[in-house]
Design a protein around this ligand. Structure first.
Ligand SMILES: CC(C)(COP(=O)(O)OP(=O)(O)OC[C@H]1O[C@@H](n2cnc3c(N)ncnc32)[C@H](O)[C@@H]1OP(=O)(O)O)[C@@H](O)C(=O)NCCC(=O)NCCS
Length: 158
């Protein structure tokens, strides 16, 4: 297994259609309502959407360890998807991807970032809170599978 990032090479790259089989596996292990192939293709083909991943070399294989998908503008960045493959969690990959999203927002002169998160997703809420996001609202019954509300979080880039 190659779970220790200190010991392996990692780099940021765009997401390509050939990555879909790996993304779908990470989706299934990460979400109650995983994204479908069509949803990923829609994002890859959407000029507003930024689709980035962390690639690592693991035993000679190109492995996706994490990915982030967000919309750049108008006026704000909207985070649509963020996941880290289970074996690579708690090594600050998500934090690094949020940093990159913030850098891209700054370059585009956008200073506000928003996202929705399940109130039960304490790991993600803690991650976002640490990165300066605060809860500003709630969308009732946002997640149809559980009828959970969504917390709406915002961060303002200095
Ligand atoms: C949430 C998620 C993206 C975090 O990814 P990660 O790379 O493990 O997160 P990081 O290592 O950058 O964590 C940064 C901080 O967030 C908090 N955090 C992360 N995972 C946590 C957990 N399971 N429990 C409590 N706090 C957690 C910690 O404060 C952590 O800092 P520390 O490790 O120094 O204590 C990952 O758990 C995941 O893919 N979950 C399933 C998909 C998901 O929920 N995505 C978000 C949808 S809104």
């Amino acid at each position: 297994m190659c779970a220790e990032l200190r010991e392996i090479e990692a780099h940021i790259d765009l997401i390509y259609p050939a990555d879909l089989p790996q993304l779908l596996v990470i989706e299934k292990e990460s979400f109650l309502a995983p994204w479908t192939e069509g949803m990923f293709i829609g994002e890859i083909n959407n000029p507003r959407s930024q689709c980035l991943c962390v690639r690592v070399q693991c035993q000679g294989k190109n492995v996706i360890a994490a990915y982030i998908i967000f919309w750049l503008g108008p006026g704000e960045v909207h985070l649509h998807n963020l996941a880290v493959k289970k074996e690579f969690r708690r090594q600050h990959l998500a934090t690094n991807l949020l940093d990159i999203m913030e850098e891209i927002a700054k370059k585009a002169a956008i200073d506000a970032i928003t996202l929705e998160v399940r109130p039960s997703n304490t790991a993600a809420i803690e991650l976002y809170r640490k990165r300066g996001f605060v809860v500003k609202g709630r969308r009732p019954n946002y997640y149809p599978e559980t009828k959970e509300d969504a917390l709406i979080m915002w961060s303002y880039i200095k």
